[in-house]
Design a protein around this ligand. Structure first.
Ligand SMILES: [Zn+2]
Length: 415
């Protein structure tokens, strides 16, 4: 059973409840990327360095979490089939991993959040398949779905062929056609999925998205909302640092969805988080996924807010209200003041903090949308971008057009 109910709106921002079987997720929401199988064995929580520490947070390993329950950071997580081969494993191991669903392993059996299993299109397209120490597997739509289903996911998405900013027009069309053909094959197998099926669409602006939707509709034997439970907008990762392009893409995707009568489907934005999230929520994005919390930590970066990071040894834990920073145990870890600390333990606490910052911002935003007060939503966004010279002007314009004509009477020289 899959349902998505909009419970409140403010401008084009919306708050919803995504229900998949017996799990519910409040949206807007961020799915942190988790590598469940880091090439390791079950006793070591399947290894994977900092990935392992993050899994220790997810599974409440008291030795690592200091006794606190951090499960609310992981109500929904994203994992990709392409990550299965990340550590150069042997084929025997891959088969062993796929012999159990994630929650069938003792170590993950208490995990009760949603698992979004990505097809890994971007990586698979780049590498031509899944490659381990002694195997190379070509991945097509059927094989991708077989592997996704072996993980025991709540959400699956078709294998896509993401477009790249440098692609020629013909190349984009070809990729969109391949994605559409995959979507049609995926839809034929939807009865095998005990959860939600998401459809990937691609494009940075309206004409491209229109083409992407048209090609998919032509391939499908039934209307999109009958075959799919959600839309996932892809191909944005190479553009992740250009917030204007991201906002335009999400906004145009929403418009296409509205015109085609798909506006009741949840919209997921693949691979994007951080500073872009508030503005993307403002134009109607419902969920996101990202590994940025982890990559920042691996690079020794501590998030001050959605926009700024500082090196971990310059972090001021007093100014963060998250539980990680308010716990002496984690402070000591992040300052590297404890004996026998592994790098993964120091950086794992930083990753949990970074994720907490992003989840906290979305929680705040959900509350504001629930209050339905457009003016307060506009104020929140204004506050969020006020120090961001790069896109402040653009953000104000967006707030003005989409949320609230808040700055109508004001001279626009503030930008
Ligand atoms: Zn913190």
């Amino acid at each position: 059973m899959v349902s998505f109910d909009i419970v409140a709106e403010a401008g084009e921002a919306r708050r919803g409840q995504l229900r998949i079987n017996d799990r519910t997720l409040e949206t807007p929401h961020l799915f942190p990327v988790i590598n469940f199988y880091g090439g390791g064995n079950e006793g070591a929580l399947f290894g994977g360095g900092v990935h392992r520490t993050v899994k220790e947070f997810l599974t409440h390993d008291n030795e690592i979490t200091g006794g606190e329950d951090y499960s609310d950071l992981f109500r929904g997580v994203m994992t990709s089939i392409s990550s299965l081969a990340d550590y150069g494993i042997r084929e025997k191991k891959l088969d062993w991993y796929l012999g159990n669903e994630i929650r069938e392993w003792d170590c993950f059996s208490d995990y009760n959040g949603m698992i979004f299993a990505d097809s890994g299109g971007y990586k698979i397209l780049k590498q031509g398949g899944l490659e381990g120490q002694d195997f190379e597997k070509d991945i097509d739509q059927d094989k991708a779905l077989d592997i996704q289903l072996a993980l025991g996911p709540d959400i699956v998405v078709n294998l896509d062929h993401p477009i790249h900013p440098d692609d020629e027009f013909e190349e984009r069309i070809e990729k969109m056609e391949q994605t559409a053909a995959n979507a049609a094959r995926f839809a034929e197998r939807r009865d095998e999925v005990d959860g939600a099926c998401y459809l990937t669409v691609h494009g940075y602006y309206e004409a491209m998205l229109e083409r992407s939707f048209d090609l998919i509709e032509d391939e499908l034997s039934e209307p999109i909302p009958e075959a799919f439970d959600g839309i996932a907008l892809g191909s944005l990762v190479p553009r992740k640092d250009n917030v204007e392009i991201l906002v335009e893409a999400v906004s145009d995707c929403k418009r296409e969805m509205q015109q085609r009568g798909y506006e009741d489907l949840p919209l997921h934005v693949l691979g994007i988080s951080g500073n872009a999230m508030p503005l993307l929520v403002a134009v109607g994005a419902d969920t996101f996924d990202s590994a940025s919390y982890l990559h920042q930590a691996i690079n020794g970066k501590y998030c001050v807010n959605l926009f700024e990071t500082v090196p971990i040894d310059e972090a001021n834990f007093d100014s963060c209200e998250c539980r990680v920073c308010n716990d002496d145990f984690h402070r000591a870890r992040m300052r590297n003041e404890m004996e026998d600390l592994y790098q993964k333990d120091i950086l794992g606490s930083v990753a949990a903090h970074n994720l907490a910052v992003q989840q906290r911002e979305l929680r705040k935003f959900r509350q504001l949308i629930a209050e339905g007060d457009k003016e307060r939503v506009a104020e929140y966004l204004e506050e969020a971008v006020k120090d961001q010279k790069g896109f402040r002007k653009f953000a104000y314009q967006l707030i003005n057009e989409r949320i609230n004509p808040y700055f109508e009477e004001i001279d626009t020289t503030y930008a």
